[in-house]
Design a protein around this ligand. Structure first.
Ligand SMILES: [Zn+2]
Length: 368
């Protein structure tokens, strides 16, 4: 069934003042919208009965007639948002929805209805890939997180502490991915809603980065808590600074695309300092084997590649209009964020495994 066909119930009602139950393809069928429309239809029937008693009066008062016409028009426009919208080209979008002028067609129109925005998840437009990449990523990390939290305590040296520490990573990842898919879903609602959710979206990236640092610093500096705490405080301060900047309206504008990418890459790259500290103290061999630097390097490469594609709008820059629906830079960036987060998780679980096999004890000279 095509997404458009799914809206039969909604669309059939738009040409009349209300929808009769007979117009639904299956009154007892599985299409929930039909029942909702039926209920509304009944409500409207009641209100029409009430109205009919006033009809004589209304017929004599042009003002009330105009009011009635306005109500009908509102109902019609509401129906349009609910089910009858079509994708539109970039050049007819209002300014607040214009973000990437290399995506020429396939945009959702402004739809000031949350119901319509959420229903659009199941339709094909420029945001479909952005929504699903992070919606599925969010569910994946939610399941992975729950599995990790319910692992038997005997596979940890300090079960409660380690579960809290790794839980911070999962919390960051789930917040980031859920703010992201929610933002992309309601982005076309209205200027105000898009502004609020874009701020949440950017804050989510900062949460993911901060959450990723926690278990990595905990296991990498297991036997030297002082630098661990100092680095944790630094990344929290930098993360909060990034969240504060994200609250400024200018930050979300297309002109600041490269600045946004720079802020979050910078926040992630603050990890270079503890990495160098680790390499200098433990040596390169220990860093690449026990320290999981290879996975960390891969994670950084994935994130930075994603941020570069996002900032430079590659590949749609080279093929304007060809990547409107699939494989545009934002989708690739989303996929690379999920991949980067998973690689980080893999590195952290290797660190955790090392700690478990090494036991809770610390030697005099090492940080691990
Ligand atoms: Zn996004």
């Amino acid at each position: 069934m095509s997404p458009r066909e799914k809206n039969t119930c909604n669309t059939s009602g738009s040409s009349t003042s209300h929808l009769s139950t007979a117009e639904c393809p299956s009154h007892h069928g599985s299409v929930p919208e039909c029942h909702e429309e039926d209920d509304r239809g009944e409500e409207r029937d009641q209100s029409e009965d009430e109205r009919s008693s006033d009809e004589g009066f209304m017929a004599r008062t042009p003002l009330l007639q105009a009011h009635h016409a306005m109500e009908k028009m509102e109902e019609f426009v509401h129906k349009m948002w609910e089910g009858r919208w079509r994708v539109i080209p970039h050049d007819v979008l209002p300014d607040w929805l214009k973000d990437n002028d290399f995506l020429l067609h396939g945009h959702r129109p402004p739809m000031p209805s949350f119901r319509a925005c959420f229903k659009s998840i199941f339709r094909i437009h420029t945001e479909t890939g952005n929504i699903w990449t992070h919606l599925l990523g969010c569910l994946f990390f939610l399941c992975l997180g729950l599995m990790y939290m319910f692992r038997p305590n005997m596979s940890f040296v300090a079960p409660l502490q380690e579960k809290v520490v790794i839980g911070m990573f999962f919390l960051g990842a789930i917040l980031c991915l859920s703010f992201s898919w929610l933002f992309h879903t309601v982005y076309c609602h209205s200027e105000g809603v898009s502004r609020i959710f874009s701020k949440l979206d950017y804050s989510g990236i900062a949460f993911l980065i901060m959450g990723s640092f926690v278990p990595w610093l905990y296991y990498s500096f297991y036997c030297s808590p002082q630098p661990c705490f100092i680095y944790l405080i630094i990344v929290c301060v930098l993360g909060l600074a990034a969240i504060t900047v994200s609250q400024c309206d200018f930050f979300a504008t297309p002109q600041y695309r490269a600045v946004r990418a720079g802020v979050f890459v910078g926040l992630g790259l603050s990890g270079v300092v503890p990495t160098l500290h680790f390499v200098i103290s433990e040596g390169l061999i220990k860093a690449t084997t026990i320290g999981q630097m290879g996975w960390l390097f891969l994670m950084a490469t994935l994130y930075i590649t994603g941020a570069c594609l996002y900032a430079a709008r590659i590949p749609e820059r080279f093929f304007p209009g060809k990547c409107d629906i699939w494989f545009h830079s934002h989708q690739l960036f989303h996929i690379l964020v999920v991949a980067g987060a998973f690689v980080h998780f893999h590195g952290v679980s290797n660190l955790q495994e090392f700690r478990y096999t090494a036991g809770g004890g610390c030697t005099e000279d090492g940080m691990l």
